[in-house]
Ligand binder design. Structure first.
Ligand code: FES
Length: 205
């Protein structure tokens, strides 16, 4: 009996010792649940369903979705008209059929060069950045700008630019600026000389 009572005493002490970490585990679990709920507030819909705070997160996610939907709707509205602009800013410089050939096109009186490549249309200023000769104009009956297959030459002082306005030869030391373009619903191509854009922009027309 003495051995049995000693055994039960030792067994009881061991059970109590094992129970202590279990309490710690409960605390950890509770803490983990709280953290999980806060994470739900960050926008995970599935997490949001597992706790009260997560529910708030689910509501946030719903709001973001609504905003995205509104943005998409606004975008769709702005493109209404089959890709044309009802009231494009700038000046009409022609129709797409005027610019079917690849390379640069001189447009007298517009101070704009229109270019085409396999990605679409783009517009450059015709004003040479050296001393501001207009490559669309004539001087003494001779054209100031000469279009070549590789770009354009400013005959005032011999600067050369490639088809995208980059300087190939000075004295000009700055590229030709690129302008924003739009296709009007009247079928005309418009150039906005108040809006300088990246040379990478194209009008799909
Ligand atoms: S103005 Fe064009 S090269 Fe001088």
């Amino acid at each position: 009996m003495n051995d049995r009572r000693r055994f039960l005493h030792v067994l009881g002490a061991t059970t109590a010792a094992v129970a202590l970490p279990a309490c710690g585990g409960t605390d950890t679990t509770t803490s983990g649940t709280g953290t999980s709920g806060a994470g739900g507030a960050g926008g995970s819909g599935s997490t949001a369903t597992t706790g009260g705070m997560g529910g708030a997160g689910g509501a946030g996610g719903s709001g973001a979705t609504t905003a995205d939907t509104a943005t998409a709707s606004a975008s769709a509205s702005s493109s209404t008209g089959g890709g044309c602009d009802m009231n494009p800013p700038g000046t009409a410089v022609g129709v797409p059929a005027d610019f079917t050939a690849a390379g640069l096109h001189i447009l007298a009186g517009t101070k704009v060069l229109v270019g085409r490549d396999d990605k679409g249309l783009y517009a450059l200023t015709s004003i040479c950045p050296h001393e501001f000769c207009d490559m669309d104009a004539k001087q003494g009956g001779q054209p100031v700008g000469t279009v070549t297959g590789q770009g354009i030459i400013c005959n005032c002082h011999g600067s050369k630019f490639d088809n995208y306005g980059a300087v190939l030869k000075g004295p000009a030391n700055k590229p030709l600026k690129a302008y924003s373009m739009a296709l009007g619903c009247d079928g005309k191509v418009y150039v906005d000389k108040t809006k300088v854009v990246s040379i990478d922009q194209r009008l799909d027309a």
